[in-house]
Write a protein that binds this ligand. Structure first.
Ligand code: WTA
Length: 654
């Protein structure tokens, strides 16, 4: 990848300023090292103390970590709590009138919601869910636009012990159906439409389509939030408007006190197979990860205005919108729109307007905004900013420098945070008042996170050698299992080949002379397109489900804005199409994938051949496909190929 190449040549270093250091929650390398030292000497004591200090427990835990059924670890198992209580109720004594959420609407208007108001909204909706028969442990699928009510729905589930599974609003009916079925959801919460970039997109209609053939037998009710005035057809007895559900509900709802290990949510993410995995998180350990990172990585201060631009459909929106900022009592922006509407100055304008101090976004957004208006930030007063963050993919040093200088005015540290849906919270990231930053590196693990880089046998590699990124001790916010699939959880994340005790992240990485981690990319068939995780197998299964397609192979190719773009090599059942025919079918297949999975998975580039390059034993040579996708010449030996003539056909995009 081009980004990786330039990352590898990087050697600039930026120390935290004296001023930042002086006020930071963790100050200087002394502060960082002291925490690491403590974690090394008394691992359980370290996490146990943090859990006591940061979380309000209904009943305190007596055991920190239970490893008796490794790798099915338990944290704080006999402790009892409620995460909604921790996110809202406990702030009411002194922060009832503090703004919890600044709702920045698509059209540029905004609305503030205080902690007291949020409390009432969450309680009413929680009572509404209860009135539909939702009980502790039931699954609720949330398929919502980026409105505060999406957070309300998540918090309301957590309040009554129901397990939410948020499905990103950009996913199609097929993806909704798969997830609803896998989780056996009882209720779906959606909206009539979403509004983004001045455009309305139907959501309820997509849910209707997912449910239409009656395969989702678990679903009893569909709750519909009215975001726009557009009417939508209702199914009698099944569908109910959000407003009708909460009408007359009490503005108080006693939290359901749950064990720390009670599942908080399931979030589906892509892996190496065609079927997304339902990553299952706990309540107590997850909350601790979210809070610790708010404090250390985002250096949270009570008068911060925090803004994470993610969507609640992804893990970043769970941890750094729906839970983390609320748990620490922050004021945060919840943004409904897109970075380019009405123009590419939208982020900067909103930072000025709300005096945002802490801004957390994705490298792909930064790259696209540089392209559309590198000078635009200068038109706004960004002096409120004190800390910047990135997540989701490696950031190339050029984009990093622009973010640092043009957006941050050379004054704001950038926290490049490496983590995953599975890890629940930031794992490797500079603590901004302590760790000197280097463009393109996520730097050092958080104290208490035991990161290593190992070879195929699980042995640590020598410094500077590349290898598999692993975490060698269990940590509180780690996923607990894959929903309904313990075997897949164990085989995927704690593989026997590495000894069965190391958490295998799925990324390759190396360390430099300072011990800084540089992420190099995935080791599996997962692509990272605009910071979104997509499985090549998932896209291949979608393509093969099309009646025209006999076989398909999907790989990534470098893309200067998206990071990676999807390239699909397709073999049709009929003859290889050419000219206009090829164009038409390629377009048809793109639309098909958008319909099966969602627009984000749509191939950028489709190529047709008589066959895929295969070895004599029938194995697809993906390595060659990756070379072809990049438009590079194949220089390696192809004599083991059954059908070298197809390489020429597959060179050409339609
Ligand atoms: C990649 C997103 C480099 C990585 C929170 C990981 C990163 C995958 C970074 C997880 C980063 C995430 N630098 N790569 N700072 N952050 N990644 O589950 O490949 O959507 O395995 O979680 O994104 O993606 P996920």
């Amino acid at each position: 990848m081009a980004a990786i190449e330039s990352v590898l040549k990087e050697n600039r270093v930026f120390e935290p300023s004296e001023d930042f250091k002086a006020h930071a929650n963790v100050s200087g390398m002394e502060g960082y090292n002291a925490l690491c030292e403590k974690a090394n000497q008394d691992y359980e004591g370290f996490w146990g103390e943090l859990a006591q200090e940061l979380i309000t427990w209904k009943k305190p835990f007596t055991q920190v970590l239970d490893e008796s059924r490794a790798p099915f670890y338990k944290w704080f198992a006999d402790g009892v709590l409620n995460i909604s209580y921790n996110s809202i109720d406990r702030h009411l004594a002194d922060k009832a009138n503090k703004t919890a959420i600044i709702y920045e609407k698509d059209d540029g208007s905004s609305e503030n919601i205080t902690y007291q108001q949020l409390y009432e909204r969450v309680c009413r909706f929680a009572n509404g869910l209860k009135s539909l028969g939702v009980q502790k442990g039931d699954r609720v699928v949330i398929y919502m636009p980026m409105v505060p009510d999406a957070v309300v729905a998540m918090q309301a589930c957590a309040r009554i012990g129901a397990i939410h599974s948020v499905v990103f609003g950009g996913f199609s009916s097929g993806a909704v159906k798969d997830r609803v079925q896998d989780a056996a959801a009882k209720v779906i919460v959606t909206a009539n439409e979403s509004v983004r970039g001045g455009k309305n997109t139907p959501l309820k209609a997509t849910v209707d389509e997912a449910l239409k053939d009656g395969d989702c037998t678990s679903v009893e009710k569909v709750v519909v939030f009215k975001r726009t005035a557009t009417e939508v057809p209702f199914t009698e007895g099944r569908d109910i408007w959000w407003d009708d559900l909460i009408a007359g509900q009490a503005a108080e709802c006693e939290p359901e006190w749950v064990d720390a290990e009670h599942p908080l949510f399931i979030l589906y993410t892509s892996g190496s197979t065609g079927k997304p995995k339902g990553v299952q998180h706990s309540t107590g350990g997850y909350l601790l990860g979210a809070m610790v990172s708010m404090k250390w990585v985002f250096d949270y201060k009570p008068d911060d205005v925090y803004w994470c631009t993610a969507d609640v459909g992804w893990i970043t929106g769970h941890t750094y919108i729906a839970y983390g900022p609320l748990a620490v009592g922050a004021t945060q922006v919840v943004f409904e729109g897109v970075p380019t509407y009405p123009d590419a100055g939208r982020f900067w304008q909103a930072i000025e307007k709300h005096k945002v101090t802490t801004f957390y976004t994705a490298p792909t957004a930064i790259r696209s905004l540089i392209k559309l208006g590198a000078d635009l930030p200068k038109q706004y007063d960004l002096s409120s900013l004190r800390l910047l963050g990135t997540v989701g993919e490696p950031i190339n040093p050029e984009a990093w420098m622009w973010y640092y200088e043009v957006v941050g005015g050379g004054r704001c540290p950038i926290v490049d945070t490496w983590w995953q849906t599975e890890t629940g919270s930031n794992m490797i990231a500079p603590l901004p008042g302590a760790v000197a930053i280097k463009p393109g590196s996520c730097t050092l693990p958080l104290p208490g996170i035991m990161v290593d880089i190992v070879d195929e046998s699980g042995a640590s590699v020598d410094q500077s050698n590349g290898g598999f990124l692993v975490i060698s001790r269990p940590f509180p916010s780690l996923l607990r299992t894959i929903w309904n699939d313990d075997a897949r959880f164990q085989a995927t994340y704690f593989p026997e080949e590495l000894g069965g005790k190391l958490y295998l992240a799925g990324d390759s990485a190396h360390r430099d002379e300072k011990g800084y981690v540089w992420i190099m990319g995935r080791i599996d068939d997962v692509l990272n397109v605009s910071g979104h995780r997509l499985g090549t197998m998932e896209i291949e299964s979608a393509l093969v489900a099309n009646p025209l397609v006999a076989e398909a192979a999907v790989v990534g190719k470098p893309h200067d804005v998206k990071g990676e773009a999807v390239v699909a090599f397709v073999i049709l059942k009929g003859d290889r199409p050419e000219g206009e025919d090829a164009k038409r079918i390629a377009q048809e297949l793109k639309t098909w994938v958008a319909h099966e999975i969602g627009k984000i998975a749509q191939p950028d580039d489709i190529r047709f051949g008589d066959n895929l390059p295969k070895t004599r034993s029938g194995k697809i040579m993906r390595r060659l496909l990756r070379t072809l996708a990049k438009g590079e010449e194949i220089t390696t030996d192809t004599s083991t190929l059954e059908n070298p003539q197809v390489l020429d056909q597959l060179k050409h995009s339609v």
